[in-house]
Design a protein around this ligand. Structure first.
Ligand code: CP
Length: 321
């Protein structure tokens, strides 16, 4: 990594727009924060006096809690907004909600939204930093960063690794962010799904495409198994659950044909018995819970970097006045 790389973005909206060096800077910062949270006193004053709001328009267990813990470990004040009980229910627009949160002197808004592009729209309209915690089918950058961090921690590198992403690629923001991040860092990525769940033109991002699960497993150093988003099946086009499990489900039997020490990953939540059997989810190759743990260090890094950059942007603005 180029140690001279500086983080200058006030927001983190996706991995598509980041350079390899910026991704590596987040990952190396996360290594330092992982050391911090392994100490007896797991807290540093890096964001003391800053306020972080978690604004989630969709359900979340891992991401919301992980951002909350990350912000608290950095000594920020944290507020969680449940949109079901906020004025969003009275028809307030996203930008009005954002501007009102900003008027309360909030420094960082972490947002999950069901519309692709919602985080970018908010970021363009606010001076506060915006971190995308998943927007529609577009991106889920911190999930991909924690996936990549886990791969690097377990396997010592990303360059040259064979990583297969299996499942509902078409509707997956996790897949998109992983594809951008992994390919920028030099991994060889394969996506594997039934043909109706492979987005048109995905091979233009530099990935290999297959609908043969054994092919996807054959050379893989890791597989990242995605949740089947059956709730998106508005046209009845998805395979039935049993059919999907039979043809694409990751089972102990299937793993016998893969590398012995293949890493099994999943962003969660898992549909056990649909995309993966329980013995695999809980088995020796699984790093699923380690991914969750690593999310804290990665999110600490992101919160820290955007806060620092935004401070510099505001200082420059103040000097110009
Ligand atoms: N991986 C992930 O985004 O999980 P949550 O929906 O629980 O946040």
């Amino acid at each position: 990594m180029n140690s001279k790389t500086a983080w200058t973005r006030k927001d983190l909206l996706g991995l598509q727009e980041l350079t390899r060096e910026e991704i590596e800077l987040i990952l190396s910062s996360a290594v330092s924060f992982k050391e911090v949270i392994s100490r007896e006193i797991k807290k540093v004053p890096a964001l003391r006096g800053k306020t972080v709001v978690n604004l989630f328009y969709e359900p979340s267990t891992r991401t919301r809690i992980s951002f909350e813990i990350a912000a608290k470990r950095l000594s920020a004040d944290v507020i969680n907004i449940a949109t079901e009980t906020s004025s969003v229910r009275k028809g307030e627009t996203l930008i009005d909600t954002g501007k009102n949160i900003e008027a309360l002197n909030v420094d960082i808004i972490v947002m999950r939204h069901n519309y692709s592009g919602a985080a970018m729209m908010l970021a363009k309209n606010l001076r506060a930093s915006v971190i995308n915690a998943g927007d529609g089918w577009h991106e889920h950058p911190t999930q991909a960063l924690l996936d990549i961090f886990t791969l690097q921690e377990k396997l010592g590198r990303i360059e040259g690794l064979n990583v297969s992403i299996v499942g509902d690629i078409a509707h997956s923001r996790v897949a998109r962010s992983n594809i951008w991040g992994l390919t920028k860092l030099g991994a060889k990525v394969t996506v594997c799904a039934p043909s109706m769940l492979i987005p048109v033109g995905v091979e233009q991002t530099g990935v290999r495409v297959t609908s043969d699960i054994d092919e996807a497993l054959k050379e893989a150093d890791a597989i990242n198994v995605l949740r089947m988003q059956f709730e998106r099946d508005t046209e009845g086009a998805f395979p039935k659950q049993l059919e999907y499990f039979k043809n694409f489900g990751i089972t102990a039997e299937r793993l016998k044909k893969a590398k012995k020490d293949i890493l099994v990953m999943h962003p969660g939540p898992i549909n056990r018995g649909i995309e993966m059997s329980s013995d695999v989810a809980d088995g020796a190759n699984s790093v699923i819970l380690e991914q969750v743990t690593n999310g804290i260090a990665v999110r600490m890094a992101v919160l820290f970097l955007v806060a620092q950059a935004n401070e510099q942007i505001k200082n420059k603005g103040a000097k110009k006045k």
